[in-house]
Write a protein that binds this ligand. Structure first.
Ligand SMILES: Nc1nc2c(ncn2[C@@H]2O[C@H](COP(=O)(O)OP(=O)(O)OP(=O)(O)O)[C@@H](O)[C@H]2O)c(=O)[nH]1
Ligand SMILES: [Mg+2]
Length: 467
C-alpha cells in the first residue's frame, strides 16, 4: 500500500584511490643530508548521491552502471601534498532510497539513506585516504625514515537506487465524489471507477501535465468519511500518505450524491477530519474542486461552496470529470502551485548531509577484526582496516614492514590473537601474507573489545616506546 511508482537501478560506485605518500629528503646546497620532506598523497574523491528536485526518474542510471570518482595525486618532495580527487555527485530524484547491495547476490543489505528532501546527500563510496609522506614517520630514534605509505585503494560498492515517486498533490474527498475519474482524466492513470463508495482501495498515482509543460504527480486517495481520523473507514493509513504531499486537492460532489448530502457540509466534514488527524493538514495549501458540474441543478451548490472555500482562503474550481470542463485551468493552476511549493521547499530545507551517520557505521564495520583458526597453529585474520594496512605497506622496504608491526600491535591485533588462543610462534595469515606471532607476555586486558578496535590514521608521531 504505497502511493508510489518505483524505478530501480543497480549501480557500481567507487571512490578515487588515495595518492601515495612521498619518500624524499631535503636537498640543498651546502646541506649534506637534509631532513625528510616527502608530502602526503591526496585523498581520493568520493561518490556522493544527492536529491535533486529537478529530476523525476532514474533514467541516467539505466544504461551507465559504473561510476568512479577522481583519484588523489601523489605527494612530492619539499613537503608538497598531492591534490585531493574531485567528488563525483550523482543526482537522483527526491524520494530516492539508497541501499547497499551484496555484490555477489545483488540483494539489498541495508538502507544507506532515504533522500526525501531537495539537496539531501550521502556519500556512498568514500575516496581512499592519501598515504603519508615520510615526514610523518620521524621519531626520536628514527631521524631519517626511508619509507612512506602507499595510498589507500578505494573500494567499490554495489548500490541500489530506488525512486519512490512521491505525490505532489493528493485528491481528497468523500467516497464517490469522482476522485478516480479526475485522475483518469488528467493523467495516464487508469484506476477503477464505479458508482459505489470505496471503489478505490489503494492510492493511484498519475503524472498530470499542463499545456505549458509543467507537471506534477497527483495521488487519488481512497475516500474519507467522518471519523477517518479515528480510524473509521479506510481512514488512517491514507491520511499518512496525504501528510507527505505538498498540496491538497479537495474534491466535492456538488450533487450531494445518492444520500443527498450537502456539498458545503461534506467540505467541512473532510476538513475537520484532516485537522483532527494532524493540525498541519488544516493549514496545508488546498484547492477546492467542485466536481460533477455537468449535472443539472448544481449551480446553487457550486456558488455556496465557492463562497465558503474562498472565505477559508482556498482557490476554487468548478469542473466536470465527465465532460472535462474546467480541467485545463485546474491542471495549469495546480502545476504552477506545485512548482512554487517545490522551490519554496528547496530553499527552506537546509542541505542535509546524511553521510556522517553512515560514515560512523562504516567505520565501525571497518575496524572489525576477525580471528579464525585455520590449523592447529595457524590463524587467519580478516577485517577491512587491517587488510588495508597490509595493502598500503611497501614490502620491499624493511622500515615500512617494521612500522606495520607496530601498527598491528597498536590496533589490538596481538591482544585479539592472544584472546583467541594463539601462542608464540603460531602463524598469522592476512590476505596472502604470513607472519609469526610473537605474543606479549602480559595477560590480555580484560576489557578489550575485539570487534571495535580503535586505530586512527591521523597520529603524526607514532614513535612512543618504539624499537
Ligand atoms: N456526471 C458525472 N459523474 C461523474 C463525474 N465524476 C465522476 N462521476 C461518477 O461518479 C461515480 C464515482 O466516481 P469515482 O471516480 O469512482 O469516485 P471516487 O471519488 O474515486 O470514489 P471512491 O474511490 O469510492 O472514493 C462514478 O459512477 C463516476 O462515473 C462527473 O464529473 N460527472
Ligand atoms: Mg476512487
Amino acid at each position: 500500500m504505497e502511493n508510489t511508482f518505483t524505478d530501480l537501478s543497480h549501480i557500481n560506485v567507487r571512490g578515487g584511490d588515495g595518492g601515495a605518500g612521498c619518500m624524499s629528503f631535503r636537498r640543498e646546497a651546502f646541506v649534506p643530508k637534509g631532513g625528510p620532506d616527502g608530502g602526503d598523497g591526496g585523498r581520493g574523491g568520493s561518490v556522493v548521491v544527492e536529491a535533486d528536485p529537478q529530476l523525476s526518474s532514474l533514467i541516467d542510471y539505466r544504461y551507465k552502471h559504473h561510476f568512479r570518482a577522481e583519484r588523489g595525486t601523489h605527494g612530492q618532495g619539499a613537503r608538497r601534498h598531492g591534490r585531493d580527487g574531485e567528488d563525483l555527485v550523482l543526482r537522483v530524484p527526491v524520494g530516492t532510497v539508497v541501499r547497499e547491495l551484496d555484490p555477489a547476490t545483488q540483494t539489498p543489505l541495508y538502507d544507506i539513506a532515504d533522500l526525501t528532501s531537495p539537496g539531501e546527500r550521502v556519500v556512498v563510496a568514500p575516496g581512499g585516504a592519501g598515504g603519508r609522506g615520510n615526514i610523518h614517520f620521524v621519531t626520536s630514534v628514527r631521524r631519517a625514515p626511508a619509507f612512506a605509505e602507499k595510498g589507500e585503494p578505494a573500494r567499490e560498492h554495489w548500490i541500489e537506487l530506488e525512486m519512490k515517486l512521491m505525490a505532489d498533490a493528493a485528491l481528497v474527498g468523500m467516497p464517490s465524489v469522482g476522485k478516480s475519474s479526475l485522475i483518469a482524466r488528467i493523467s495516464a492513470a487508469r484506476p477503477k471507477i464505479a458508482d459505489y463508495p470505496f471503489t478505490t482501495l489503494v492510492p493511484n498515482l498519475g503524472v498530470a501535465r499542463a499545456a505549458n509543460g509543467q507537471s506534477f504527480v497527483a495521488a487519488d486517495v481512497p475516500g474519507l468519511i467522518e471519523g477517518a481520523s479515528e480510524g473509521r473507514g479506510l481512514g488512517h493509513q491514507f491520511l499518512r500518505h496525504i501528510e507527505r504531499t505538498a498540496l491538497i486537492l479537495h474534491v466535492v460532489d456538488v450533487t450531494g450524491g445518492y444520500e443527498g448530502r450537502d456539498a458545503v457540509e461534506d467540505y467541512r466534514t473532510i476538513n475537520a477530519e484532516l485537522a483532527a488527524y494532524a493540525s498541519e493538514l488544516a493549514s496545508r495549501p488546498q484547492i477546492v474542486v467542485a466536481n460533477k458540474c455537468d449535472l443539472p441543478g448544481t449551480e446553487d451548490a457550486v456558488e455556496r461552496l465557492r463562497a465558503v472555500a474562498e472565505e477559508d482562503g482556498h482557490e476554487f474550481f468548478a469542473v466536470s470529470a465527465a465532460t472535462g470542463s474546467g480541467l485545463d485551468a485546474l491542471v495549469t493552476r495546480c502545476a504552477a502551485e506545485v512548482a512554487r511549493l517545490r522551490s519554496q521547499a528547496a530553499s527552506d530545507e537546509p542541505t542535509v548531509d546524511l553521510s556522517e551517520r553512515w560514515e560512523r557505521e562504516r567505520q565501525r564495520r571497518e575496524r572489525r577484526i576477525c580471528v579464525t583458526r585455520e590449523e592447529r597453529h595457524a590463524w587467519r585474520v580478516t577485517g577491512p582496516q587491517i587488510e588495508r594496512m597490509v595493502i598500503q605497506t611497501d614490502w620491499e622496504n624493511d622500515e615500512a614492514v617494521a612500522y606495520l608491526q607496530h601498527r598491528f600491535d597498536r590496533c589490538g591485533l596481538d591482544d585479539a590473537l592472544a584472546k583467541a588462543g594463539a601462542v608464540n610462534g603460531d602463524e598469522v595469515r592476512i590476505l596472502e601474507l604470513a607472519f609469526t606471532f610473537e605474543g606479549t607476555e602480559r595477560a590480555p586486558e580484560p576489557d578489550v573489545v575485539e570487534e571495535e578496535l580503535d586505530e586512527t590514521f591521523d597520529v603524526v608521531d607514532d614513535g612512543e616506546g618504539e624499537e
